[in-house]
Design a protein around this ligand. Sequence first.
Ligand SMILES: Cc1cc2nc3c(=O)[nH]c(=O)nc-3n(C[C@H](O)[C@H](O)[C@H](O)COP(=O)(O)O)c2cc1C
Length: 261
Amino acid sequence: MGLIYSNLAVFLSYFQDNVVQYCVLIKHSIHGDNYPIDNYFESNTMKLLHIDSSILAGNSVSRALTHQIVEQWRASHPATSVDYLDLAVNAPSHLDTNSIGFRAPPQASALTPRQIEENAISEKLVSQFLAADVVVIGAPLYNFGIPTQLRAWIDRIAQPGRTFGYNDKGPFGLAGGKTVVIASSRGGVYSTSEGGRAMEHQESYLQTVLGFLGVTDVRFVRAEGVAMGEVAKSAALATAAVEIRALTQTAANQAQAQIAA
Ligand SMILES: Cc1cc2nc3c(=O)[nH]c(=O)nc-3n(C[C@H](O)[C@H](O)[C@H](O)COP(=O)(O)O)c2cc1C
């Protein structure tokens, strides 16, 4: 009997995770569209990109949060594949004359071997970002901003023609349709006062730059005040755990967009 219930639970959880795709399939069959079944199963797998950037290794708060987020996301959405990027271990170099190649004007002279190498790194990072349906980013607050490693990654993926563009009305994003979950960790407390919010350039910066790239579904999990004693740290982690449970059960942006179509 127990086995029947556990199988039923697995089936229901799988069905809940994929209900949007089932709706799409039904919609296409009603409207008589030629909807290839292979594409249906391919689109059924969600790609999650897990990024850490804390330099505090095993003592990191944001790493503990991203770990929980990814685990719970996979539990709620079993058909998820995960790609991992640890920027503290393997960060791209800061943008310089060798790595700015993807922004070089068409009339620029031939790229040097080093520039070609750096372009390949940028291309790999931007394609990995664009391919992801969900991106979970561990983003500590260091000196009122994000770690330089995370900033170096953003500099590589903010590419004209790939993740944003300009027309006569201004800039537009090209990386829409994905969900980004930010695991924010902070020594002090910034969210509860106007002065605090004005001082932090971590969550506000990430919201701005992701919005510029066209990401409309940015979700924050925050553990702040973690340097203000053990009681404050425990309370911050407990608050974050509640936020994680809530947000990992909500469908990703792309799926919501599909059902609305
Ligand atoms: C280099 C460095 C700079 C920091 N700067 C700030 C800061 O500006 N404001 C703050 O509230 N906490 C600051 N902290 C505390 C961190 O935000 C806190 O330790 C947080 O847990 C970092 O995330 P992590 O544990 O995932 O690395 C700093 C910590 C480090 C290591």
